[in-house]
Design a protein around this ligand. Sequence first.
Ligand code: PXP
Length: 242
Amino acid sequence: MAKLGVNIDHVATVRQARRTYEPDPVWAAVEAQLGGADGITFHLREDRRHINDRDALLLKATVTCKLNMEMSIDRRIVDIAVGLAPGQCTLVPERREELTTEGGLDVVKLARRVGPVVKKLRGKGIGVSGFIEPIPEQVRAAADLGFHAVELWTGEYAHARTPKQIQTALFRLTEAIDVGIDAGLIVHGGHGLTYTNIGPVAALEGFTEFNIGHSIIARAVFVGLREAVREMKALVSPRQHE
Ligand code: PXP
């Protein structure tokens, strides 16, 4: 039964559109938890375009479920993560021009920079996940670097349009899940998942956690965040709601 991590970055994005105090992502975390979120995910970006340092501190002080900090491997961000000590850090690639995280972190190419970051965070007792593409070589490299988990990029699946593309993307995810489990990793999934496309991914054996942001926050505009989370939670862990 997979758990649901709710990414609240977009709440801060709306706040930053007016550089004001509302809507507050810390309130969003409370509402998401009341809707049944198993985790709260936020990305403290180097440019602080949405979540800022104050949010990170207050989230750490108030979130009672799993707190997952998405982050780059920049030294200053790593130092903040060490001080904050969230339950989990998820290492992601970060480019200033991007709208959102695009694709996975290349842990094969960046092994020499990523390895020490994983070691440092894990040395502080923080769980470390790596957001990577569902490619066996990437998954094995993540295990070798000491990650406790990987979050497989589900973007290829989310962007697939034809039945063949969808099947290919699901096959790649299945294969990467198996490689991950064999290598002793916990396997999460995320990116581009919505109320309409989550079904086949949630049905795959092996995913233990999904991190979902945009679709939940978009729905929350109409039904409220608590209800939006409740509805996604029922889709992510269907058997729990039978
Ligand atoms: N997982 C990771 C690592 C991400 O970077 C993001 C986007 O911030 C998500 C999950 C959530 O993606 P989406 O907003 O498309 O649901």
